[in-house]
Design a protein around this ligand. Structure first.
Ligand code: NAP
Length: 288
């Protein structure tokens, strides 16, 4: 019997298995493309010949494949269904809240415990003290494997028994990332066009994080409170600067698609009469 089995040894699954092996655990591994098991076996992992034998080998199985349909394909075979009852399965594949709820219902029907998780990190951060993995699901199941999962992420965060919460929060946090990344690329375009080294721009970014973090918290808190009256930077101030930036982009002949999209949303908020309120007041038009 091993301590844990890992199904899926892509970039992330291999990092998970490696971290567990490096912590001295007995780890059974399985991957569709068998060759990816070799580096883990070289480290001390045990290769399983089938998904069902991997599940049978440990009380706990971690799945990290491309998407939930891939997971379903692995778990819905007759052999897997025979192996699963009484076990705990932790899904670390990215998915949607509705898929997590379906997976939990199927697990209850089949007689095994199910936890759903979201990895808030890159593979090279797996195993670090500051790495965050969000987990949702039954508390007893969580208590049964939390110390093992802490080997993967020092900042393991249990969100309660609402199984949809990890993927909900994953989406909410990734939403910040999408806007942030597009903003960074726009900034890089501006620097390139004006001859400011993008490598120097890159150096400035980390020093901005405390301010961006504090501002982000304030915006979300105003949304939570529903109070947009007190502001240091109104929606119309933001909007005017944004429109001036779009003019700059025209003058230096660079793409402004992202800024125009943002400007359209800001103007919708102004047209709705929120110009004098905090920029967070924009949520009222986004809700519609
Ligand atoms: P990846 O390198 O592309 O690996 C995908 C894994 O899924 C491989 O093991 C692949 O097997 C397996 N797979 C795909 N389709 C399958 C199927 N139909 N049946 C069985 N196995 C199948 O992707 P990854 O980066 O490891 O990501 C895995 C999961 O972690 C994703 O849900 C991703 O969103 C999540 N995640 C990744 C990161 C990251 O930074 N990489 C961060 C957070 C979360 P083969 O080797 O046989 O193709």
């Amino acid at each position: 019997m091993s301590d844990v089995s890992v199904l899926g040894l892509g970039v992330m699954g291999a990092a998970l298995a490696r971290a567990l092996i490096n912590k001295g655990m007995n780890v059974t591994v399985w991957n569709r493309t068998a060759a990816k098991m070799k580096p883990l076996v070289d480290l001390g992992g045990i290769a399983a010949r089938t998904v069902a034998s991997a599940i049978e080998a440990s009380p706990l199985t971690i799945v990290c494949v491309g998407n939930y349909d891939d997971t379903d394909g692995l778990l819905e075979t007759e052999d897997s269904q025979k192996a699963l009852p009484g076990k705990t399965l932790v899904q670390l594949t990215s998915g949607r809240p509705a898929q997590a709820r379906q997976a939990e219902a199927r697990a209850a029907e089949a007689g095994y415990s199910y936890l759903d998780g979201a990895i808030m990190a890159y593979p090279n951060q797996i195993g670090l003290a500051e790495t965050i993995i969000l987990i949702g699901g039954n508390l007893d199941a969580y208590n049964g494997c939390s110390s093992l999962l802490t080997s993967l992420a020092g900042d393991l965060t249990y969100l309660g028994d609402n199984i949809g919460l990890p993927s909900t929060l994953d989406g909410a946090i990734l939403s910040i990332g999408f806007g942030f990344t597009l903003g960074l690329l726009q900034g890089s375009l501006i620097c390139e066009a004006e001859g400011f080294p993008v490598s120097d721009y890159a150096e400035i970014i980390p020093s901005l994080m405390p301010t961006i973090g504090a501002e982000g918290k304030q915006v979300a808190q105003k949304v939570a409170d529903g109070n947009y009256d007190n502001t240091e930077a109104s929606l119309s101030t933001y909007s005017q600067f944004l429109d001036s930036l779009i003019t700059t982009c025209g003058e230096i002949n660079i793409n402004d698609d992202f800024l125009r999209f943002a400007s359209k949303l800001f103007h919708r908020g102004m047209d709705a009469g929120y110009g004098d309120q905090d920029v967070s007041a924009l949520i009222q038009t986004l809700r519609r």
